[in-house]
Design a protein around this ligand. Structure first.
Ligand code: UTP
Length: 293
C-alpha cells in the first residue's frame, strides 16, 4: 500500500522555550525568515506527500493561519508592487491540503500520533516531528518511502550522536542486513551511556504501518503520564519487523534554545543574503584575524 499521508505532531507545550512559547507555537519560531514548520512541510510536499495531518493544541492557531490564505496581506503586497513576496505568500497558502486534529491534553508524542488515527485510517503513514529540520530532508523522506516499498514494514530514521549525548534521545539497537538496510532489534528511551545499545538515535522521521495505532493503545503511560512513541515501537517490534534508515546529513534540532541558535547560525552562514555580514560580525566579536576565514 502506498504512503499518502503524514502526521505532524505540533501540540507540545514547548516548555524549554518558555516564555517565548506561552502564546506562540515553538514550531513557528523562525529560522531567519521561515518558520521551522514550513521547512518540514516543504520536505514532505517535495517528497510527494500531499495529505498532511497536523496534531495541534491550544495556542497553535498561528500554524493554521500560516498555511491559510491571508487576503488582506495579499492585497497589501499587490498594491505595494511587492510581487516576489506576494508569490511566496500565495505559494505557502496553496502548499498544503491540511487536516487539523486537536490533542486536547498534551499526553506525549505517542498520544499525539494516536490522536491522528481517525484522519489516517488503516493505511501506512509518515510521522515527521515539528521541531526537527533535516538537511536534504526531501531526499531522506523519498529514501524512506523507497525502503517502505521494498520491505512493506515500518521504517525509522536514525542518526549517529556523540556517545555522551545518548541520554537525550531514543536509542536503537540495530542489525545490518544489507548495504544500506538495518533491522531494529530494540529501542531504549533516554538511556545512560552505559545502558545504551548503540549511539544511533531516533531522529524524528518515521514511516509506520497502521499496526502502530494498536500498539499505542496497549502502551502504558510512562514518565509524567506521557504516552511515549518509543514504548509503542518496542511493542511493534514484538509483532513485526521494523527497519532503520540512516540519516548521514546534518540534523537540526530546534526544540531547545541552544540547538535552535546553532541552527540559526548554520543557516545564516550558508545563505547568500546573510553569510557575509554574519561572518564579519562573528570575526569582530570573536576577535578572529582575517586569516582565519
Ligand atoms: P517535544 O518533547 O520536543 O516537544 O516533542 P514539547 O513537549 O513541546 O517540548 P518541551 O519538552 O515541553 O520543551 C516533539 C514534537 O511532538 C509534539 C511537539 O509539539 C513537538 O513538535 N508533541 C509533544 C505533541 O504534539 N504532543 C505532545 O503531547 C507532546
Amino acid at each position: 500500500m502506498e504512503v499518502r499521508k503524514a502526521v505532524l505532531p505540533v501540540a507540545g507545550w514547548g516548555t524549554r522555550f518558555l516564555p517565548a512559547t506561552k502564546a506562540m507555537p515553538k514550531e513557528m519560531l523562525p529560522v531567519i525568515d521561515k518558520p521551522i514548520i514550513q521547512f518540514i512541510v516543504e520536505e514532505l510536499i517535495e517528497a510527494g506527500i500531499e495529505n498532511l495531518v497536523f496534531v495541534t493544541g491550544r495556542h497553535k492557531k498561528a500554524i493554521e493561519n500560516h498555511f491559510d490564505v491571508n487576503v488582506s496581506l495579499e492585497k497589501h503586497l499587490q498594491e505595494a508592487g511587492k510581487d516576489e513576496m506576494l508569490n511566496q505568500i500565495r505559494k505557502i497558502s496553496h502548499m498544503v491540503n491540511p487536516i487539523y486534529v486537536r490533542q486536547k491534553e498534551q499526553l506525549g508524542l505517542g498520544h499525539a500520533v494516536l490522536t491522528a488515527e481517525p484522519a489516517v485510517g488503516n493505511e501506512p503513514f509518515i510521522v515527521a516531528l515539528g521541531d526537527i529540520i533535516l538537511q536534504e530532508g526531501e531526499r531522506h523522506v523519498r529514501n524512506m518511502l523507497d525502503m517502505f516499498k521494498r520491505f512493506g514494514k515500518s521504517i525509522i530514521a536514525l542518526f549517529e550522536v556523540d556517545p555522551q549525548e545518548v541520554g537525550k534521545y531514543g536509542i536503537a539497537k540495530v542489525k545490518k542486513i544489507g548495504d544500506d538496510a538495518f533491522l531494529i532489534e530494540d529501542v531504549v528511551e533516554k538511556p545512560t551511556p552505559e545502558e545504551a545499545p548503540s549511539n544511533l538515535a531516533i531522529v524524528g522521521r518515521y514511516v509506520f504501518t497502521p499496526l502502530i495505532f494498536d500498539m499505542l493503545k496497549s502502551t502504558k503511560p510512562g514518565k509524567g503520564g506521557e504516552l511515549q512513541l518509543t514504548d509503542a515501537v518496542k511493542l511493534l517490534l514484538e509483532r513485526e519487523a521494523v527497519y532503520a534508515y540512516k540519516v548521514e546529513s546534518e540534523v537540526y534540532d530546534t526544540g531547545n534554545p541552544v540547538d535552535y541558535l546553532k541552527t540559526l547560525m548554520e543557516f545564516a552562514l550558508s545563505r547568500e543574503d546573510t553569510a557575509e555580514e554574519i561572518v564579519k560580525f562573528l570575526r569582530e566579536r570573536l576577535r578572529l584575524p582575517e586569516a582565519l576565514s
